[in-house]
Design a protein around this ligand. Structure first.
Ligand SMILES: Cc1ncc(COP(=O)(O)O)c(C=O)c1O
Length: 367
């Protein structure tokens, strides 16, 4: 069996370091918003190349709080994509605003920036691009349009820890960047966790209060906030793992190259890395016409795969009531063809070869 992802292999590599770090937190008797969270915030902001980082409970909360801090509220519109994890859009709706969906590029699966301007109205307040699968959206045109119309930009970098766009790290280009530390992410905690990054001091101060019941000091609440802090145990795990992130991303890139080479000359569409970007392959996503059959055949051969994502957000049952009547031809085509192959720094070359051999076996392409 080749699992889609195997976190046990990663743990084996850092077992001693991480066990010791967790032990220290246990012995400190301090579990929420202590020294470890603060140290991790400093290290992560330095890594991303911004002034401030604010640890929160999840990537979903990072997105929700970032939009809230930017003043997004009822009646506002936020331009985003439908080919993403549902949290991107939930964050807009939870703030009372309306998501305005635009289509994606066929090659990178990220926001098609040529579609932004036609959707801008007097109610548009922000653009929310997603750096999907570990590839950054085309940020220069996005920032240019945002400056022209006075809009905020929130980067959903939940799948793009360490990814780059023209030498800048994902999350550092817009007004705010949001990260998830869900365990399977390129930088993952041992539970839920998230981070908001920004170089805007006022925004950072507000976010620190928002995540902590709107407190300016203990039991003094200046506005309504939420409980969304980064636990000390998660922060200490993330501090250990951050030191390995670049090396692990590099391994992902090498594995992607091996897949790309082996898949050359087949009908499979392999992922693309745009010239000005550095893809970190959170997911290695191929595209093919008989996707469902291929997934079934791989499973019969002991190879787990996943689909990111089978239904675009605007067609999800959860959003039926909102009645999004939009035409997104690329999004709708792609979701029927994408297939994520196993991809993590600890998958072996033999496993990758076996996966590709199974894909290439003509037997697996006939009914
Ligand atoms: C693109 C994207 N946005 C948002 C999120 C939400 O992050 P979390 O699961 O930490 O709430 C995820 C994570 O799954 C994601 O992949």
């Amino acid at each position: 069996m080749i699992p889609f992802v195997d976190l046990k292999r990663e743990y084996e590599e850092i077992k001693e370091e991480v066990n010791q770090a967790i032990q220290k937190v246990l012995e400190s008797g301090w579990f929420i918003l202590g020294g470890e969270a603060e140290r991790f915030e400093k290290e992560f902001s330095k890594y991303v190349g911004v002034k401030y980082a604010i640890g929160v409970n999840s990537g979903s909360d990072a997105l929700y709080l970032a939009l809230k801090a930017l003043g997004i509220r009822e009646g506002d519109e936020v331009i985003t994509v439908s080919h993403t994890f549902i949290s991107t859009v939930d964050a807009i709706v939870r703030n009372g605003a309306k998501p305005i969906f635009i289509d994606i590029e066929t090659e990178t699966y990220c926001m098609d920036v040529t579609r932004i301007e036609e959707k801008i109205t007097s109610r548009t307040k922000a653009i929310l691009p997603v750096h999907l699968y570990g590839h950054t959206a085309d940020m220069d045109p996005i920032m240019k349009i945002a400056r022209k119309y006075g809009l905020c930009v929130v980067e959903d970098a939940c799948q793009a820890h360490g990814a780059e766009y023209r030498g800048k790290k994902a999350g550092s280009i817009g007004d705010v960047g949001c990260f998830s530390f869900y365990p399977t992410k390129n930088l993952g905690a041992y539970g839920d966790g998230g981070m908001i990054v920004t170089s805007n001091e006022g925004l950072a101060e507000q976010l620190k209060m928002l995540r902590n019941y709107g407190q300016s000091k203990k039991y003094y609440h200046d506005f309504m906030g939420v409980n969304s802090r980064l636990a000390e145990i998660q922060a200490t795990v993330l501090r250990v793992k951050l030191k390995h992130l670049d090396k692990w991303n590099e391994k992902r890139r090498v594995i992607a190259k091996v897949y790309n080479e082996l898949l050359k000359g087949t009908e499979i569409v392999a992922p693309v890395e745009r010239e000005c970007t550095k893809h970190v392959y959170h997911l290695y996503v191929i595209r093919c016409k008989d996707r469902d059959m291929l997934q079934q055949r791989l499973l019969e051969n002991g190879i787990q795969t996943q689909i990111h994502y089978p239904i675009p957000v605007h067609k999800q049952k959860a959003y039926f009531d909102l009645g999004y009547d939009v035409q997104l031809p690329v999004t709708e085509k792609v979701c029927g063809e994408v297939l994520s192959l196993p991809m993590y720094p600890f998958i072996s070359n033999d496993e990758v070869s076996l996966i590709v051999e199974t894909i290439m076996d003509p037997e697996n392409w006939t009914e």
